[in-house]
Write a protein that binds this ligand. Structure first.
Ligand code: SF4
Ligand code: SF4
Length: 355
């Protein structure tokens, strides 16, 4: 917990203005180490990519958050403190001690879980058997099934990006995800199911990749999920579980993949990214996914300018209803087709922890 509060203190009040800004990788690293508590875990595929590094050498004095007024710094605290507390609580569930009592959930239990998620602010809920190629290189997860949920970020503050108002909306999104995943995980454990919340800030698996495979939407050229209910104004989180009879969908049945055909005619995010960090066309990756962003270029602007999010705001799906765009789209047979092929290593047993 103290590492988290040190990070918060450093983000907001550290006076060493020449020091580099806070490191997300350093914040996530102690949580990654919780997987050491497991004798066995589900491994990544040989093709898996590493988690995108998110360290940046921008000096603190040049970071938007550092230069906030005291009043605005006070507005950050109600978002970040519950986020950090729930992330820490979630990490503690990875102590390797929970013994599940059952592996099959009734439809009533899942309906209750979905209702609970939505009551606390989730917009959409879906299920997946996590492909090994969606697990980051050198990481692992406790169980191969996952509940995925999204939360929506409000249009008005996102439209002001890059700005503090936009960043605080994003922070509240992260806070909600951490709170929802803890509530659901506790409820699942009470009923005997294994439940391990994914880290709200990004963790062991590639969340947009999972969400697309679960049929929740499609990844746009900005590398973010576009969903029919939230456009690109969403955040994603997961709960890994041992529930084996989740109502899975076939990734091949995803009805939203037309979105990428639309992207290849739109490219508004490509044009409006302030630092030209979005590729004109995504590059296929070795793990079956798509590389959409030059992360090094994005990261510096992102760090200086309140987490940027211009690409989220300008995306037509964040501005107009999904169905309206779909109805007006005549198709694009020349669009390059990208597919994210799930790779399952079912014939390889979970491996003993030696990370
Ligand atoms: S702005 Fe256009 S190209 Fe970019 S993700 Fe949205 S729809 Fe696709
Ligand atoms: S967050 Fe900003 S800098 Fe990064 S890709 Fe999106 S628009 Fe570009």
């Amino acid at each position: 917990m103290s590492a988290m509060f040190n990070s918060l203190q450093k983000i907001l009040f550290d006076r060493d203005e020449d020091a580099p800004g806070p490191s997300l990788d350093n914040m996530l690293e102690p949580m990654d180490r919780h997987m050491d508590n497991f004798d066995e875990f589900v491994p990544p595929a040989p093709e898996s990519k590493p988690r995108t590094p998110f360290d940046c050498d921008v000096p603190k004095r040049e970071i938007g958050l550092t230069n906030l007024s005291v009043r605005d710094k006070m507005r950050v605290i109600p978002a970040l403190v519950p986020l950090f507390i729930n992330m820490q609580r979630g990490a503690r569930l990875y102590d390797g001690k929970f013994q599940p009592r059952q592996t099959h959930a009734s439809p009533e239990f899942l309906a209750e879980l979905e209702a609970m998620a939505k009551e606390h602010g989730a917009k959409d809920v879906a299920y997946i058997k996590v492909p090994n190629n969606a697990i980051f290189k050198d990481k692992g997860i406790p169980h191969q099934y996952a509940i995925i949920f999204t939360i929506e970020m409000d249009k008005e503050p996102i439209d002001t990006s890059p700005s503090f108002e936009c960043q605080i909306e994003v922070m509240h999104g992260y806070k909600s995800m951490a709170q929802i995943s803890m509530k659901l995980a506790n409820h699942m454990r009470k009923h005997g199911f294994a439940a391990y919340p994914g880290t709200a800030l990004g963790g062991l698996t590639d969340y947009p990749h999972l969400a697309e495979l679960a049929g929740m939407g499609a990844i746009g050229y900005h590398g973010l999920l576009i969903s029919p209910t939230e456009g690109a104004r969403l955040r994603i989180n997961t709960i890994y579980t041992n529930i084996e009879n989740l109502p899975l969908v076939d990734p091949a049945d995803n009805e939203h993949l037309w979105v990428r055909d639309f992207c290849s005619m739109c490219r508004r995010c490509v044009r409006e990214c302030p630092v030209d960090a979005i590729y004109d066309e995504p590059k296929p990756r070795g793990d079956g996914g798509m590389q959409c962003i030059d992360h090094a270029s994005c990261r510096e602007f992102f760090t200086r300018e309140y987490g940027c999010a211009v690409c989220v705001a300008v995306c037509p799906f964040s501005q107009f209803p999904y169905d309206k765009i779909k109805d007006g789209f005549k198709g694009n047979p020349n669009a390059t087709q990208f597919q994210i092929e799930p790779i399952y290593l079912d014939d390889i047993p979970v491996v003993a922890s030696d990370m």
